[in-house]
Design a protein around this ligand. Structure first.
Ligand code: SAH
Length: 274
């Protein structure tokens, strides 16, 4: 397994690893001096998540790379085209993030249970959302915030397209499961946080991108505040008639632009921790 070197030094101190979430009301980090879209294309932060040939948990087979490559071809056929996103989807061993009994389905385009009534998003949805935050960028993103770590799969995908990933989970059991799942990958640019992601994570702000894996009534104001100018937020949110749609928020110097995309089905965004 290839280890990757630590990311380049940040312009100001950041929380250590494991980082701790602020209590509500703690001062937000300065929103100046950020790095909305970093220019570290293929830089030292690009981690390789283990050997191409998997050790076959749950009978995925000796060549999980071939199964992932087939998944990537299906994603391309569905319209995913960003090279870094396709590379990340082809690299991260999704079967290592689900129970052994489900590993055989890991490369099907289906969401799967990960415990505590939560699910890992289907690969096409992960690829779609990650592509949205990478759209128009050939270089690696700067800091990315993920709300809803779940089993850690999407965080691993994000670690391939960004310099640093801060990911928050409100269920302690899943936060710990994600830590276990991610440990063998040695992704030193992934910071696992336990807490209520509705507050975002001000210490890491501003973020080049924010991506939520759980949907609420509205997009929390803290997320938009913590987004860098030039940054993009992608989240499921309830729209008219009780539907849930993907919403994109682009923050520019001129203001904030909302775009409502296709209907989606994500687990609910809940406040507090459990
Ligand atoms: N990205 C995950 C998907 C997990 S499902 C993966 O790859 O597995 C969404 C997750 O969001 C669930 O684990 C749920 O507990 C979490 N969640 C819901 N509301 C949250 C909140 N306010 N803060 C942090 N996590 C939240």
């Amino acid at each position: 397994m290839k280890r990757h070197t630590p990311p380049a030094p940040a312009p100001r101190p950041r929380p250590g690893f494991p980082a701790r979430l602020p209590t509500a009301g703690s001062p937000a980090a300065s929103s100046s001096g950020g790095q909305p879209r970093s220019a570290l294309a293929g830089g030292p932060g690009r981690a390789a998540p283990g050997p191409a040939v998997a050790s076959s948990p749950g009978g995925v087979g000796m060549d999980s790379q071939a199964v992932r490559s087939a998944m990537v071809r299906r994603l391309q056929a569905q319209g995913v085209s960003h090279p870094a996103v396709l590379a990340a989807m082809g690299a991260v061993e999704r079967h290592r993030f689900v129970d052994t009994a489900l590993a055989g389905q890991a490369y099907e385009d289906t969401s799967l249970p990960i415990g505590l009534a939560q699910t890992i998003s289907k690969p096409s949805v992960v690829a779609r959302m990650v592509e949205l935050i990478c759209q128009g960028r050939s270089e690696r993103l700067g800091r990315v915030l993920e709300i809803g770590t779940g089993c850690g799969y999407q965080a691993a995908v994000l670690s391939h397209v960004s310099r640093e990933v801060y990911t928050i989970e409100r269920l302690r059991g899943l936060h710990e499961k994600a830590r276990e799942n991610l440990r063998p990958f040695r992704l030193s640019n992934v910071h696992l946080l336990f807490g209520d992601g509705m507050l975002g994570f001000a210490q890491g702000a501003p973020y080049a991108a924010i991506i939520a894996a759980a949907g609420g009534e509205d997009i929390p104001a803290a997320w938009v505040e913590q987004l860098a100018v030039g940054g993009r937020l992608v989240a499921p949110a309830h729209t008219v008639a009780g539907r849930q749609n993907l919403v994109v928020i682009d923050k520019t110097a001129a203001g904030v632009q909302h775009t409502v995309l296709e209907a989606v089905h994500f687990v609910p965004l809940k406040s507090g921790v459990a």
